[in-house]
Design a protein around this ligand. Sequence first.
Ligand code: TYD
Ligand code: MG
Length: 454
Amino acid sequence: MAKTKTFICSACGASATKWSGRCEACGAWNTITQEVPLSSGPASKSLGARRGSAVPLSDLSVDEAPPSRAASGLGELDRVLGGGLVPASAILVGGDPGIGKSTLLLQAAAAFARQGVKTIYVSGEEASAQVRMRARRLGLADAPVRLAAETNLRDILTTLEAERPQLVVIDSIQTMWADNVDSAPGSVTQVRATAHELTTFAKRTGTSVIMVGHVTKDGQIAGPRVVEHMVDTVLYFEGERGHQFRILRAVKNRFGPADEIGVFEMTGVGLAEVTNPSALFLSERGQPSAGSVVFAGIEGTRPVLVEFQALVAPSPLSQPRRTVVGWDGGRLAMILAVLEARCGIPFAGLDVYLNVAGGMKIGEPAADLAVAAALLSAREDAPLPADTVVFGEISLSGALRPAPQTENRLKEARKLGFTAAIAPAGGKIGSGGGLTLTRPADLTGFVGEIFGAG
Ligand code: TYD
Ligand code: MG
């Protein structure tokens, strides 16, 4: 039977009949590659043509104990997993090459193994000797982890079938190779096939499978959507190369809250847990300076304080620069527009740079007011009063919306020695956590209160 070739988008997994520069399904550029489709048999033969066997049905109300979770003892990891590892779950850990995924998972494997979880670590990227050397350097050589350096998925599954571990780490999914699929390792077809095999193995045997996935340069795991929907949990390991902070972020979790983060620090002897991230993110802060504002944010279930830094300078360019690190560029444009339209403060002819200190990425709309404060403070060259945190969402009308979990934010600020907070009027605030509160009703009021005139 002749195998038909097809074209697949490596970003969203959509197939096409001919090559094109842009995927029609997701709009990504240069992601269409030619591959052999997963099922190369005639697609016209309907499943209904031959009868299958009946599937047992059950009620929703069956009494079953909640899954018993295995904790690793690494608090930051356990929290991101939603309280520990659930049996039979498939987990994808994505991240840039070199960010520390292998280090994290070797430490996790060792931690679980030390808690009595039968663990196998399969490396498709490094030789066993290399992994052992790293384990020795991290002080994990005595952990009862079984190790294999292999890429042939058929052999790996046969081994797992015989060993029946409770946890297996596959580093990485892009190096795995299923010999029944006629496609190169790392291709969308192979990644999809191997992830599917491993997920099915997890469901069938009760083994938890953690797969490592490298992110391509545009921020996507190769074949990402197809793998993401297959697995129970998707975690991203992020951080800036030049910074020692690393953040493990849950973007999907069938067994716990999404948006939860765990914070680690890369040290000479592996990743160390950071149990008080606010203190770490603010540790590089010096004297209060213009353009620097502390935002009281919420990441997952935890309040986290981070510093926004803005720089505003006259621009020699006809189209001034807008550079953002750690926040959304579109959101910055919106705040600049609102400041101009509602408060009459123009940024035309000025370059604007915005940065979140410590390599943290913030996605919360509640950071709007902190960003506006940083921009104004930089523009006026006037530092904000010291020991003040800022949070609140700005709407296009210039009105301020209260942020969720206000009390938790204030409590965290208080704990770290802040004495004042600026937050929108409205919303439940309780006692204010002992902080001096400034509560403007809209952006104009905010500008007036903080910088004198509007
Ligand atoms: P690694 O876990 O190999 O990254 P990934 O699997 O995501 O590609 O981590 C590689 C980087 O981590 C490497 O640049 C060195 C650094 N590192 C440390 O700083 N300290 C350590 O103890 C280890 C093991 C690695
Ligand atoms: Mg690696």
